[in-house]
Design a protein. Structure first.
Length: 225
């Protein structure tokens, strides 16, 4: 892990941008995220931008592209080969509790689970594949995949840029910060759902009161000569 980190920090220019693209792209498509988290490469991209070895905007762009493309590949791999991969010898390397957690995420939250899973290191590598296995509509998946990929890439690239030479502090807390951000976003989503349900519940009694009145008027009209 430290060898990969030090190697990335020695890169510059197009080679550095290629590496920042590759690690997020391979994270969920070939489950590389269980070995080397893509967020570390993205943070290091921010550090390289801080050191003026690559443009900050370019670091963000390739991180976004890698995250979005990699998760899309992971979705189709899961849809076509997911069950076989989990049953194979290599699939045993994936912790069962991570699979169960990701499955619950997808079952309960749907597309929102794809977005939130992007910020949780334990889920990010397998949520796209499980979304494919569950036959989630690709249009739904890609919308939340793009939203999550853009937000994630910008957040961690900027974190690395602001941290500069102190990037290892950001790297050590990035996983916890990701869970905290995912929890906050989940609370916001739940709050919006509850508010909508309360509004619909308030409207239902009014509709129930109006119905008898309409029925009475129709009955009176029928009785008129």
């Amino acid at each position: 892990m430290s060898f990969i980190t030090n190697t990335l920090l020695s890169l510059h220019g197009g080679v550095a941008l290629l590496a920042i693209f590759i690690f997020p792209a391979l994270e969920s498509s070939v489950f590389l995220g269980f070995i080397f988290p893509g967020e570390t490469a993205v943070i290091l991209g921010g550090v390289l931008a801080y050191e003026h070895r690559i443009p900050l905007a370019a670091a963000m762009a390739v991180a976004m592209a890698g995250a979005i493309i990699g998760d899309s590949v992971g979705y189709w791999v899961g849809r076509e080969f997911g069950a076989r991969i989990l049953d194979s010898r290599s699939g045993r390397l994936i912790k069962k509790e991570h699979v169960r957690t990701a499955e619950d995420f997808i079952a309960k939250r749907g597309g929102v689970g794809v977005f939130l899973g992007r910020f949780a290191a334990a889920l990010r590598a397998i949520v796209p594949g499980l979304a494919g296995m569950s036959h989630m509509r690709y249009r739904t998946f890609v919308i939340f995949n793009v939203l999550g990929g853009v937000a994630w890439a910008v957040a961690f690239t900027v974190a690395g840029y602001l941290a500069g030479a102190s990037f290892r502090t950001v790297e050590s807390v990035s996983g916890k910060a990701g869970y905290a951000l995912a929890a906050l976003l989940a609370l916001i989503v739940v709050g919006v759902i509850l508010v909508r349900r309360r509004k619909s519940a308030r409207n239902q009694p009014a509709l129930a009161i109006d119905m008898p009145a309409d029925t009475t008027m129709e009955a009176n009209r029928a009785e008129e000569p």
